[in-house]
Design a protein around this ligand. Structure first.
Ligand SMILES: [Zn+2]
Length: 470
């Protein structure tokens, strides 16, 4: 264990703060999940790898962690500024499929990509459509406290009743509102937002439910307040999401929850990850440049090379995806793993001199607002550092990988299958012989030679085997 404090950047206060939980040794986390009307591209996966690191941070610290992530399968309107139609409904109409079927397909894709990226499953994974009753109850609570009004289009949250509305995102409400005020007739302020939308008469919708106000469907923001209420209570420790949520979605979640529960702050720490810049552009369906994890795998990259790529930048820094950067990450990852997997058979030893110093540097980097690039560099250093025994290395790699989540101690060959090539077999045998003669410089020379042509050697108790990077 370690004396380091966990220090996190809190969007609410705009500074890095020592983490103080509501209950000692416990942390409750809510992460805004995907809207499952289309594939989740590689940029969409950044918030979940970030939340995964956060969860691992607290596990490392010995906390009990309770993590909730939602799946938005209703209510997210086509314009993130809260107008237009429901994204699920539009996707269903366009494709002639059932909204539920579309949601299932893209939820499965998201879950699979999470698994491939080694994101630990949340304790609760909740769908908006399974929690209509909770959303109605929250809307009723707000109504009874006088925070809502009704217009022909639905039940709206009245931000004039919640004076701190602009604080979280430091909004300039007059400037922000230009061009938005008249998006729905009858709205009192452009930033007022729908809690419950009425189903239009004569328009067949796939997703609508009965409510005290008539048939309709919940607004997107309501689900996160309602489901976190159900699973985490009226106050909790950390809420995460992408920076794009700060201005509207999280601002509205805060207004609803603080108004309904009479708490301030509702959430102690708000944490946001920055965007992925994709080959200099934003990824979008209309630009036709959506790249999903499967595309990277089909191009020959290991899925965890994308996690390695993500770890190369701090979560609060915008990261640029280019083909060259991805190829470099893939090479870096396979090189690292080629060495670390060889340590799997060693004893683990933490008592050696020099180990504790590295352990402390590791904790310091993790607890300093999740400094992944620093931890990744430390992993590279452990592998290369002379003066450490393989047992000490094994101990350190296992510890560091419990946070990085890169499977560093498992043999890559088991995932990639075997090949045969007599020339390489011969080189591997020559290296093996050199090792037995304790001619380590020759053994290393052959290993580097093979590495340069994309071949990794794996040393096992039964001798050495090899496989190609791609
Ligand atoms: Zn949310």
């Amino acid at each position: 264990m370690t004396a380091h404090e966990v220090s996190l950047y809190n969007t609410r206060t705009r500074r890095k703060e020592a983490f103080v939980p509501i209950k000692p040794k416990e942390v409750k986390i809510y992460t805004c999940g995907p809207t499952v009307y289309s594939p989740q591209h590689i940029g969409n996966m950044r918030p979940y790898m970030f939340a995964d690191l956060l969860r691992r941070t607290f596990l490392l610290k010995g906390f009990s962690v309770f993590h909730v992530t939602n799946i938005t399968d209703v209510g997210h309107l086509t314009d993130d500024g809260d107008s237009g139609d429901d994204k699920m409904e539009v996707a269903a109409k366009k494709s002639g499929r059932k909204a539920e079927e579309i949601a299932d397909e893209y939820t499965a894709q998201w879950l699979e990509d999470r698994r491939l990226l080694n994101c630990v499953d949340p304790d609760v994974l909740c769908k908006a459509t399974d929690h209509i009753a909770e959303q109605v109850a929250l809307c009723q609570k707000l109504e009874s406290k006088g925070y809502t009004y009704r217009i022909s289009d639905g039940i709206y949250f009245d931000i004039s009743k919640f004076p701190g509305y602009a604080n979280f995102a430091k909004l300039d409400l007059l400037k922000e509102g230009e061009g938005r005020i008249k998006d729905v007739s009858g709205k009192r302020h452009y930033a007022d937002f729908a809690l419950w939308k009425f189903a239009e008469k004569g328009v067949a919708r796939q997703q609508e439910w009965d409510s005290p106000w008539g048939r309709g469907f919940p607004g997107w923001h309501l689900e996160c307040s309602a489901m976190s209420w159900r699973y985490l209570g009226e106050r909790f420790d950390i809420h995460t999401g992408g920076v794009d949520h700060i201005k509207i979605h999280h601002t509205n979640e805060i207004a609803q929850s603080e108004a309904a529960f009479g708490v301030n702050p509702w959430v102690s720490y708000w944490m946001h990850n920055e965007f992925l810049d994709f080959r200099g552009k934003k990824m979008s369906k209309s630009l036709g440049n959506i790249c999903v994890l499967r595309d990277l795998i089909d191009a020959g990259f290991h899925p965890l090379s994308y996690r390695y790529f993500f770890l190369q930048a701090h979560y609060r820094k915008q990261q640029t995806f280019t083909d060259e950067a991805m190829a470099a990450a893939d090479k870096g990852y396979r090189r690292l793993r080629a060495v670390t997997e060889g340590l799997a058979g060693c004893e683990s030893d933490s008592s050696e001199e020099g180990v504790e110093k590295i352990v402390q540097r590791f904790y310091a980097a993790v607890y300093d607002d999740l400094n992944a690039p620093q931890v990744l560099a430390l992993a590279g250093e452990v592998v290369r550092k002379s003066g450490l025994s393989d047992s000490a290395r094994r101990y350190l790699v296992e510890l560091i990988d419990s946070w990085l989540g890169l499977n560093l101690l498992s043999p890559l060959s088991q995932e990639l299958g075997k090949e045969s090539d007599p020339r390489i077999d011969d080189l591997v045998q020559r290296r093996e012989a050199a090792r037995q003669e304790k001619n380590f410089s020759e053994a290393d020379r052959i290993r580097d030679l093979l590495m340069d042509e994309g071949v990794t050697i794996e040393d096992t108790p039964d001798g050495s085997t090899w496989h190609r990077f791609k």
